[in-house]
Design a protein. Structure first.
Length: 255
């Protein structure tokens, strides 16, 4: 079971993770925070040892071994972050990559729009959901699934999965990673508001697909082009034969 005392000793944030909900089992940590109107404190975290309906992007299911990984969500209700959810997505990915590199000296790669890879295998994914009130966003929930100590993965996957354990060859302390991530995340969220170009630079440096010929798939639609760049909102800039197009969502693979 996740040890909150171990986690709290290493936590050095003002808000993120200070309100912490630990559950043995929920349907989805994102759904929990999205539906509970009584949870309003910025930075509130819910972590579940097991999700019965864990969610990935594009309505996919996220499976995780009970007690082995980190499946959690963070409530953000700071209005300045609502102006650019795409940048918040990139900030989350950069923070995860930085935490992995700091603690384990493992080189990470970021795959647009929301995957964290090690040795071209997926170690973490991000799902951002927003609540709308009137014309504006009222809160954002950042869902993260991180493979920590799981050794075996069953099923078929778009990207081969891995875990910190598999890459290091030994189990690691989940509490230490989560506190390290939150310490970085709180700082980088502030940076994303005051100096967004830093986040964009850090993301670009970890993305190996930029400059490559790629295939972008969404639903039944497929587009081919060069992954030229990302813009300030985190959209992918796809260079076609005669023009450039901004891609806001979809699956990307090297052609």
């Amino acid at each position: 079971m996740f040890n909150i005392e171990k986690f709290d000793i290493k936590l050095d944030t003002e808000l993120i993770g200070r309100s912490f909900i630990l559950c043995d089992e929920v349907d989805s940590t994102n759904t929990y925070l999205m539906k509970d109107k009584n949870i309003t404190l910025n930075g509130t975290v819910i972590l579940a040892e097991r999700q019965t309906k864990g969610k990935g992007r594009l309505a996919r299911t996220w499976f995780s071994g009970k007690g082995l990984n980190l499946t959690f969500s963070v409530l953000l209700n700071r209005k300045k972050l609502f102006k650019n959810p795409g940048l918040t997505n990139l900030t989350t990915a950069v923070s995860l990559g930085t935490a992995i590199e700091n603690l384990y000296q493992l080189k990470t790669e970021l795959k647009w729009p929301n995957d964290v890879l090690i040795n071209q295998k997926k170690v973490a994914g991000i799902l951002i959901e927003s609540a709308i009130q009137g014309p504006a966003i009222s809160k954002m929930v950042i869902g993260i699934g991180m493979n920590v100590n799981q050794a075996v993965f069953h099923g078929e996957f778009r990207i081969e999965p891995t875990s910190i354990r598999n890459e290091l060859g030994q189990n690691v302390e989940r509490e230490k990673f989560l506190s390290e991530f939150f310490n970085i995340y709180e700082e980088y969220l502030e940076t994303s508001i005051k100096k967004p170009e830093f986040i964009l630079k850090e993301w670009r440096e970890r993305c190996r697909m930029m400059g490559e010929s790629i295939t972008v798939t969404h639903g039944k639609g497929v587009k081919y082009g060069i992954f030229e760049d990302i813009d300030e909102r985190g959209s992918l800039i796809l260079r076609l034969k005669t023009r450039k197009e901004k891609i806001h969502f979809g699956d990307v693979s090297v052609s």
